[in-house]
Design a protein around this ligand. Structure first.
Ligand SMILES: *Cc1c(COP(=O)(O)O)cnc(C)c1O
Length: 350
């Protein structure tokens, strides 16, 4: 059996709720989307939720709702997928990339060096499920967009991520913590921000004309989302158990394990280690043994944009040494054993 990087956890209950929606005859955005928005906002501990067709769409609406546009600067990490860069470019703002700290999250010290009078927002992804340094980020007093695409259910001093920023966004893409196939959500405590995002999400039935979007979620997606949200805490418990097993099994291999802090509880979206040996050879060797380990970020943004690597020393290190080990709720004991055996055998051999 091939052990993939991740796998959605779906079962009969997801199938049944889809067939209920089909029988109801209402497929487009309606009461189930509203219920999903309310449930997720409640999970995060904020008032408003705006469901979208993707995490990228939610990020785009977040920037528009903060009235960010041409010439404004938005800071976010280089070590992240291109979704953030795209959203910033959609609104013609200027992307300002930041280096990471030692825990794969954005470095607040580095942010401080990049702030100018034009800085209008910081987008902070909680990388691989681990909360970023929210205390220090709040002290910067710059509008904060939490990117919780990888971290729904994670907590910082016992408070859910997504409740700290002016806005938070989520993704329900197939590989994320919970899935609706494709999908996303914007959440906020701010009534005016929620109103703007809601207004821009769809174009129909408006008495005035401004450029709006079609970023709606369907009832089918929302019904799966509600099912998945109900299972979230079980998913996280399972992920944490697997992470704990890996920690024990990987001791003595000379690899750097993910950091642990009592006050920052990770959702364990990814289990990312740093290895000393050549990544490519390792990944190939794992693949031959039917375990798909991979680089957790395909290509840092500063490399895609051809910025000088010297300005992103930690990201360069992570790009060359970080390795993501399979972790997902349905990975069973046999699978975990297979992963541990191959990791031990392969890394010790290098
Ligand atoms: C997946 C992801 C996104 C984008 O979400 P989509 O639903 O794929 O558009 C944004 N930020 C981070 C950190 C992600 O992991």
């Amino acid at each position: 059996m091939i052990i993939t990087q991740s796998k959605p956890t779906l079962n009969q209950s997801d199938a049944l709720c889809i067939s209920d929606v089909i029988e109801s005859g209402q497929l487009a955005q309606g009461p189930i989307v509203k219920a999903f928005e309310a449930a997720l906002a409640q999970t995060v501990g904020v008032q408003y939720g705006v469901a979208t067709s993707s995490g990228t769409a939610a990020l785009h609406l977040a920037l528009l709702a903060l009235e960010i546009g041409e010439g404004d600067e938005v800071i976010f990490p280089s070590y992240v997928c291109t979704a953030l860069l795209n959203a910033v470019n959609y609104v013609r703002a200027i992307p300002v990339l930041s280096d990471s700290g030692n825990d794969f999250n954005i470095s607040v010290d580095d942010i401080k060096r990049r702030i100018t009078i034009n800085t209008k927002a910081i987008i902070v992804p909680h990388m691989f499920g681990r909360p970023a340094d929210l205390g220090a980020l709040k002290e910067l007093e710059i509008p904060l967009i939490e990117d919780c695409a990888q971290s729904i259910g994670a907590t910082y001093y016992n408070q859910p991520v997504g409740s700290f920023g002016d806005i938070a966004i989520f993704s329900f893409y197939a590989t994320k913590m919970i899935t609706t196939g494709e999908g996303g959500m914007l959440v906020t405590k701010n009534k005016e921000i929620a109103r703007r995002a809601l207004d821009l999400r769809d174009y129909d039935g408006k008495p005035d004309y401004i450029v709006r979007f079609n970023y709606k979620m369907t009832e089918i997606q929302a019904s799966i989302g509600l099912q998945q949200l109900g299972k979230l805490s079980g998913f996280i418990t399972r992920r944490r158990d697997i992470a704990n097993t890996y920690r024990q099994e990987f001791i003595g291999l000379g690899v750097e394990l993910p950091p642990l802090d009592d006050y920052r509880q990770s959702a364990w979206y990814r289990f990312v280690i740093r290895v000393r040996s050549d990544l490519e050879a390792l990944i190939d060797e794992f693949k031959k043994n039917k375990v798909i380990c991979d680089q957790p970020v395909f290509m840092p943004l500063h490399r895609l944009l051809k910025y000088a690597p010297a300005h992103f020393p930690q990201v360069e290190t992570d790009f060359k040494h970080a390795l993501s080990i399979p972790i997902y709720p349905s990975l069973d004991e046999q699978g975990i054993c297979q992963v541990c055996n191959i990791v031990q055998k392969t890394i010790l051999k290098q």
